[in-house]
Design a protein around this ligand. Structure first.
Ligand SMILES: [Zn+2]
Length: 313
């Protein structure tokens, strides 16, 4: 019986490999990801812009460290998506700002993944969920951090937390902004920072903003992206975290046009599902949950690899 089971499993694996090669050969994008300069299997840093609807939730896996930036608008969705990528423990969670589309899922995330550190801008906000969140942070004894221009080392990768402006006039303009760097690769996370906070960042940290990939601010709102920012960040790839048919009209047409005009490749969670950016420090690849058949297959394989690495099996 055991021998028969082994034979069936072996046949399944062979069929899987044949279909993988078949899809790889027929689909140019998959072929590129699989065979040419692929970072699919040797990426040291992986960024998962999770599809959580109208909000943000971004999982960073850098070497053996796991970080979450925001937890989306749903109480449980971010938490279950994190689990689907084999995460058992988070080292740091960042609430970029206390709006519900960024923090409603954070309570469940903290309960489930026991992070050691909690970072938020420390801006006073009276919502019930924010109070529950802060109570939980205290109750569980998480170490509280505020953005002060600190560098967090993740083995050879770095997460830099930009300092906040001293005079914050709106919650969005007090968003925690951070950048993940690893050798030649950089990805900038803007939260919902609008042009006012961006002006401060440009004035104080201009040289540090340049990045290959940008997580577009404020779900693609026209209050969060302009030519000046694009000139300074100089990204090749943009990821927009946005919900389908949202009431705000995000992403705004002028932002999409601006990105297109600058020849920036656009990914968006409302159309592409979860977007994964993989880098080995010299190059990077992007895999979409709802991309071509080949990409979907690679997405599934990557999820499988992460689950096995996470030690569920
Ligand atoms: Zn938002």
């Amino acid at each position: 019986m055991a021998l028969r089971k082994t034979k069936v499993s072996l046949t399944l694996i062979i069929l899987l490999l044949i279909s993988l090669v078949g899809i790889g050969i027929s689909d140019p994008n998959t072929r590129y990801l699989l065979f040419s300069k692929s970072v699919l299997f040797n990426a040291d840093v992986k960024i998962f812009v999770l599809d959580v609807g109208q909000g943000d939730s971004i999982l960073i896996k850098a070497f053996d460290k796991n970080i979450l930036i925001d937890a989306g608008p749903d109480r449980n969705l971010s938490s279950s998506k994190i689990n689907s990528f084999g995460v058992k423990k988070l080292n740091l969670v960042i609430a970029t700002h206390p709006h519900s589309d960024h923090i409603d899922g954070m309570v469940e995330v903290i309960r489930r993944y026991n992070p050691e550190y909690y970072l938020d801008p420390g801006i006073h906000h009276t919502s019930k969920i924010y109070k529950t969140l802060l109570d939980l942070v205290e109750e569980k004894g998480l170490k509280y951090m505020r953005p002060r221009g600190q560098t967090i080392h993740l083995q050879s990768a770095i997460l830099y937390i930009f300092p906040l402006p001293s005079n914050i006039k709106s919650i969005n303009n007090g968003s925690v902004v951070s950048k993940l760097s690893y050798k030649d690769f950089g990805m900038l996370f803007l939260g919902d920072a609008e042009l006012e906070e961006q002006s401060f960042l440009i004035d104080t940290s201009k040289d540090n903003l340049k990045s290959n990939v940008i997580k577009i601010s404020h779900h693609g709102s026209n209050t969060g992206t302009n030519q000046r920012l694009i000139d300074i960040v100089s990204p090749e790839t943009a990821v927009i975290s946005v919900g389908e048919n949202n009431p705000y009209g995000h992403p705004h047409r002028e932002v999409i046009e601006l990105l297109k005009k600058n020849n920036i490749k656009i990914y968006r969670t409302d159309r592409d599902g979860t977007v994964i950016v993989l880098s080995d420090g010299s190059k990077y690849s992007v895999i979409r949950e709802k991309g071509s058949i080949g990409e979907r297959f690679l997405f599934f394989i990557l999820q499988l690899i992460e689950t096995v690495r996470g030690g569920i099996w």
